[in-house]
Design a protein around this ligand. Structure first.
Ligand code: PEP
Ligand code: MN
Length: 367
């Protein structure tokens, strides 16, 4: 007989499971459900941590290459039920709700049937608009809450597009998860964080909670805390972290999962940032920043006007727009000045390259 101890309110009402009185929202749990012993053990440990709002548990695993463990599939549901019953017998009757990845309409149907109230769409699926459409159709009219991971490629439109498709299907409880972007070659992180993308996502969708998955970004246990801290420093609303009772024995992602003890230690060490928008002194400093930014733009406009005048002279003398010697001289003098002003040289170089290429673009229009 099916039990529904783990049925979260969201599966029967429209309440948004991502709203909490505290911040950040914490999701933790194993990459995959592997066995009753494993799932019971990790759930017991996580339920004892007050800050844990939701437990993640992979049921269907998208594996990059065939042959590995693909998750327990529907066999995971009786495992969840037994774990929940066993923990209830131990007195743990209030477990955080569970969430898992869905990649096909069948997965959605199974989650609904087994009382999983929150699901997420994985990176490989977000990148495929056909699949997102199919999932959106399967989710239409259900009360499931949905998290949308960023697509593997650094394409913000695909990420936003998936959210739009779900919204159009009437999904009301939505969150986004930043899990980094695929890259080729030598690298520190399994998936490049490219923080500017989640920042742009937040700018476009300020009402959708944005979580960070430091486990899939780093691919390495020892870097998870660092990325989690960066996310909190950047005003993310929550974290999704992989936690396994014996990480090195895990059937999937053994290098990045944290033990419950390491995870608890990380939560203790993370510095929470205030979400107060206007603490003392900030308004004044911001208005000064605004006026400096205004000045920068006026100066840039002046510089571009001069570039147009220069284009007229070059045209008269039939000169090429790009003059390498002059550019070298400009760049080295700016870098020298940057050093004196204590500005980062890489930053100043990148800035002037942008300004110079805009100047060339304008001059090409004039010549
Ligand atoms: C996962 O969270 O287990 C997972 C497969 O993530 P992603 O879709 O980010 O690769
Ligand atoms: Mn994983």
């Amino acid at each position: 007989m099916h039990t529904d101890y783990h049925r979260h309110e969201a599966s029967t009402t429209m309440s948004n499971p991502f709203t909490t009185s505290h911040s950040p929202f914490i999701i933790a749990g194993p990459c995959s459900i592997e066995s009753e012993a494993q799932f019971t053990s990790v759930t017991r440990r996580l339920a004892a941590i007050a800050e844990v709002d939701m437990i993640r548990c992979g049921i269907w695993k998208p594996r990059t290459r065939p042959g590995g463990f693909q998750g327990m599939g529907v066999d995971a549901f009786p495992v969840i039920d037994s774990a929940v019953r066993r923990l209830a017998d131990e007195g743990l009757t209030h477990l955080p709700p569970f969430c898992c990845e869905v990649a096909t309409p069948m997965h959605v149907e199974q989650c609904l049937r087994h009382g999983i109230g929150t699901v997420w769409i994985g990176a490989r699926t977000t990148g495929n608009p056909f699949m997102v459409d199919e999932l959106a159709n399967a989710l239409r009219g259900t009360a499931l809450a949905v998290m949308v991971k960023n697509p593997s490629s650094p394409d913000i439109k695909l990420w936003l597009g998936a959210v739009e498709r779900l919204r159009a299907a009437g999904v009301e409880s939505l969150a986004a998860v930043h899990r980094g972007f695929a890259q080729y070659g030598e690298r520190t992180y399994r998936n490049a964080p490219l923080w500017e993308l989640p920042i742009e996502f937040k700018r476009s969708c300020p009402d959708i909670p944005l979580f960070c998955d430091p486990s899939h970004i780093t691919g390495r246990r020892d870097l998870v805390r660092h990325i989690a801290q960066t996310a909190l420093d950047l005003h993310f609303d929550g974290l999704m972290v992989e936690v396994h009772p014996e990480p090195t024995q895990a059937l999937t992602d053994p290098d990045q999962q944290l033990s419950p003890a390491l995870f608890a230690q990380m939560l203790d060490q993370l510095k929470r940032r205030s979400h107060d928008e206007n603490p003392d002194g900030l308004t004044l400093l911001r208005s000064r920043i605004d006026s400096v930014d205004g000045e920068l733009l006026r100066l840039l406009a002046q510089r571009m006007d001069l570039a147009r005048d220069i284009a007229a002279v070059k045209r008269q003398h039939n000169m090429a727009v790009f003059q390498p010697q002059r550019w070298n001289a400009v760049l080295s003098s700016k870098l020298e000045q940057a050093r004196h002003l204590g500005l980062d040289e890489e930053f100043v170089k990148a800035l002037f390259e942008k300004i110079h290429s805009e100047s060339i673009r304008l001059q090409q229009g004039e010549i």
